[in-house]
Structures are given as C-alpha cells and as structure tokens.
Ligand binder design. Structure first.
Ligand code: ADP
Length: 484
C-alpha cells in the first residue's frame, strides 16, 4: 500500500536483542493514518515480560559495547546517520503516513533526527575527564566519566524520529545500551530506525524496541533495578508518575515535559519577522510541539496591526493530507487532540474572545482542524494556563514589560519562550527575566542538535542535544591515586 523505494523499512514487529518479534501472546494493536483513518498495519502489544527480556539483553550487551573505543562507536553512529539521510524519502513517507505532518516537515525531521547520531558520535570522543591539583603530596586526583549503564526511554508521537535519536544517540555514544518504547501511534518510524541501526552495525541488545501496554512497559522500565537511567519525553502528568516510579531504585532521570510557550511581540518589533516567526512556531506540526507558541502576547501599539498580518498569513495556509504537495498543515494526531482544541476554543469564546480566522473542524473531516487565530484573549481563559497542542493562536494584549513578564511567568511550565524586539537593552532584560530553559529572540525556531534543549520548573529535568546532552548518560568517577 505504501510506495517505499525500500519496502523492508516497514516492519510491524518489535525488535528485542537483535530479533524481530511479536508479543508473547501474539496480541497486536492497529496503527492508523490520521489523515484518512485507514489502518496502516499493526504493532505488537507487549508488556512487562518482553520489556524485561529487552533489559536483560541490554545488560548482556553492555560490557562489549562500553569496551569499544569511542572512535568505534562513533563510526557506527555516523553510518547510522548516513543511512537515515540516504533513506530520507522513505522515512519521511512513513512518518507522514503515521503522524500526519506535511512531507516537507517529515523530511526536515529526518535530517534533524540523523544529526543527533552524527553529533553525539563526534562527542563520544570528547567525554573528557579531569586531573585536579591535589591537597596531598603523595596522592593524585583523577576524574573519569563512565557510561551509566542500561538506559530506558519512552517517547511521544509528535516527533516520531527525532525524539528517539535525541536519546539513543547520546546513550550509545556514552557507551550505554538502551531499550525504547516509542508511541504506539507512530511505531513505524521507530522500527525503521532499528532496521538502519542493524545495517549500521549496532550490536544485538544494544538497542531494542518494545511496544504495547504503556503502563506495563513503563512499570518494568522504572521498577527494574538493572535500568540505571530513564529518559522520557511526553506529558507532565506521565513524567511525574515515572519520576515517582523511579524513586525506589534511585534512577537518574531526564524529563522533557509539557510547555506553555509565550511568544511576545513588542511595539518596536519587526512585525513581518514576528508574523513569520509566529507562523513557524505556532502552526508547525499543526501546533503539536512542546515548544509551540501557546500564548501570543502583543503590545498595545501593534496589536491590531499584528493580528491583521497574522490572519492574512494564516488564511494562506493549505490544510490537507501531508503527502500532497504544497500542504502546510496536516491533521491532528487523533480525535482527542481535536476535542482539546475545541474545548479551549469554547472556553475562550464563552469568556469574550473572538475568532479572527478559522475556529472550526476542517471540511476534510477526520482530525483536520482549521488554523485559527483568536483575539481579545484574557488571562482567565484555559489557553493562558494549559497547552492547547493544536493550531490555535490566542492573542493577548499587554501594555508594559513588567505586565507581560508577570503574565508570561505565571505558569508551572518553563520550557521555551520567544520574543521580538529590536531594543538591545530590552532584549537582555526580557531574556533574563523569562523563566524558561530556552529563549528565542527574534526567531520562532530554535531547535538543533548543537544547542541544549530542555526546560525549567515543571517542564523537566536535564538537557538533550549539545555537549551537555552527554552528561545525562555519564557518571563521574573520582579516583584517588595514592602511593606515589
Ligand atoms: P502525549 O499526550 O504526548 O501522548 P503522553 O505522556 O501520554 O503524552 O505519552 C508520551 C509517551 O508516554 C507515549 O509513548 C505513551 O505511550 C507513554 N505513556 C503514557 N502513559 C504512560 C504510563 N503510565 N507509563 C509509561 N508510559 C506512558
């Protein structure tokens, strides 16, 4: 049904200890295309037992993997990255079919995802330690960095490839094996990665994938003492739960959780650039990214002008099946996602907001929703506090810097924020006053493999990507060398 150049990239089995396998009882769940509702195939419905098997295989594979030189691990990761780029067309089709995003965005994500293998392979060679001047004449202080051990990862559906490589690449680079549970909504992008990993020379057991019952798999990953590190990207509610479940075995954890990103436009902003940034930040992936602009604050003097220009651009967005050329917004992931957008919209309208454009399900049906702009939005509405995760841009009006900083920081989240201003003093003041892990100044796109991605407050712990991203998979060892 799918037109792939290399049909062997579509696998419908999980991957444990280098073997493609079904669930022990043979149970499966269907995977559907969100643009058409059609069944693409099935995915094994596994649980704790299969997860335990993958963890044991990882533990068995660990000694040989950590023994490889950094250069050897880097060569495998580099090959994996190259294979992803060589197969980018097929990987993008798989992604669009299971996730919905436009093909061009899928292709962009494959490049982004592959870049983590390339970058962390290079970083593997730079896991430097230290020699610290000693307070004793007969002893030396040496610090080394070692792989933490067996890692486990749980990833979401919004970036079916990049959220995986952002965890798997630093784990493998550091010398750790990893067991992954991708989202059951988008498993085929994950399985295709395993096909290519095998071709790149990743040894059996070093990278395994289990799919199925999230609670049972998550329970085993967090409860099993062999697992030394858990990395999760998803909702804050599940992140809190996993953190709690990791407590009894004191695992190291990385969490990339919800955001509630503010996008601020000051009176002195370059308005065209701000509109362009807002479109990129808000409507990319149909508004389903954790760094999406969720709240747009526009200063009084430019509010009407900004709204007018934004609406004109939004009207030009083409909604459709992501496989069709020229489409800029695909469907939302499922009916639940559409209901959340509708709920936020209804709440805002009941409290006095107005629809400037969109505001309804799209005529294409399924989970398509019109790109929407709301004006007259106020802080008592749900959109001010909760992540909408859809193509809804609520425009709040503000007057002063102090007022907007108060509103922007009034949230338990602290992942990303954006603002547009050309005043250098204001740029520094605002960048320093905003309580988020990432700040985009005069840009709506900030993610890349070289920069530290992560949040503060209840948006998470740890950083992914960048030189800091390796630390999450390493432990420090202090060796005191005496007898000198
Ligand atoms: P989203 O709203 O983005 O789907 P979730 O946090 O529900 O966010 O899902 C992110 C990932 O977490 C998915 O792979 C999902 O299957 C998994 N997940 C959901 N609930 C649990 C749970 N109780 N334990 C472990 N993993 C879970």
């Amino acid at each position: 049904m799918l037109n792939l150049k290399d049909p062997s990239l579509l696998r419908q089995q999980a991957y444990i200890d280098g073997q493609w396998c079904d669930a022990e009882g043979g149970a499966t769940v269907d995977v559907r295309n969100p643009a058409t509702g059609e069944k693409i195939g099935t995915v094994p419905h596994m649980g704790a037992q299969e997860t335990r098997r993958a963890i044991e295989a990882a533990n068995a594979a660990w000694p040989a993997w950590r023994k490889k030189t950094a250069k050897e691990r880097a060569a495998i990761l580099r090959k994996w990255s190259d294979l992803m780029l060589e197969n980018a067309d097929d990987l993008a089709v798989l992604m669009t079919v299971e996730q919905g995003k436009p093909l061009a965005e899928s292709k962009g994500e494959i490049g982004y995802a592959a870049s983590f293998f390339e970058w962390f392979g290079e970083q593997a060679k730079r896991a430097d330690g230290d020699v610290i001047p000693s307070p004793w004449p007969d002893r030396r202080i040496v610090v080394t960095k070692e792989p933490i051990g067996v890692c486990a990862a749980i990833t979401p559906w919004n970036f079916p490839s990049a959220m995986i490589t952002r965890k798997v690449a630093p784990a493998l680079a550091a010398g750790c094996p990893i067991v992954l549970k991708p989202s059951e909504l988008t498993p085929y992008s994950a399985f295709a990665l395993a096909v290519l990993g095998e071709r790149a020379g990743v040894p059996r057991g070093v990278f395994s994938i289990v799919t199925g019952d999230a609670q049972a798999i998550g329970g085993e990953m967090t409860g099993n003492p062999t697992v030394r590190k858990m990395s999760f990207t998803g909702s804050t509610a599940v992140g809190r739960l996993l953190m709690q479940q990791c407590a009894p075995t004191v695992k190291k954890i990385s969490l990339e959780l919800g955001g509630n990103a503010a996008f601020i436009v000051f009176d002195d902003a370059d308005l065209d650039a701000a509109v362009e940034g807002a479109i990129a930040s808000k409507y990319r992936n149909a508004g389903q990214t954790c760094v999406c602009a969720n709240r747009l604050y526009v200063q009084d003097g430019v509010y009407d002008d900004f709204a007018r220009r934004l609406v004109a651009k939004v009207q030009a967005l083409k909604v459709g099946n992501g496989l069709e050329p020229g489409v800029s917004q695909g469907p939302l992931i499922n009916a639940k996602a559409v209901e959340k957008v509708e709920d936020h919209l209804a709440d805002a309208l009941s409290k006095g907001a107005q629809v400037a454009v969109g505001g309804q399900r799209h005529a294409l049906g399924h989970s398509f929703f019109q790109p929407t702009v709301l004006t007259g939005v106020t802080s008592d509405m749900k959109v001010a506090r909760e992540e909408t995760f859809g193509p809804l841009a609520p425009l709040f009006r503000f007057r002063t810097e102090e007022e907007v900083i108060g509103m922007v920081n009034n949230t338990e989240f602290g992942l990303a924020s954006y603002f547009y201003s050309r005043d250098i003093g204001r740029v520094w003041r605002i960048a320093e006053a905003i309580e988020t892990g990432m700040v985009g100044v005069n840009t709506g796109l900030i993610s890349n493999e070289l920069a530290p991605f992560g949040g503060v407050k209840q948006s998470g712990l740890g950083r992914e990507g960048s030189k800091y991203g390796m630390d999450d998979y390493l432990v420090i060892k202090y060796i005191c060398m005496g007898g000198i």
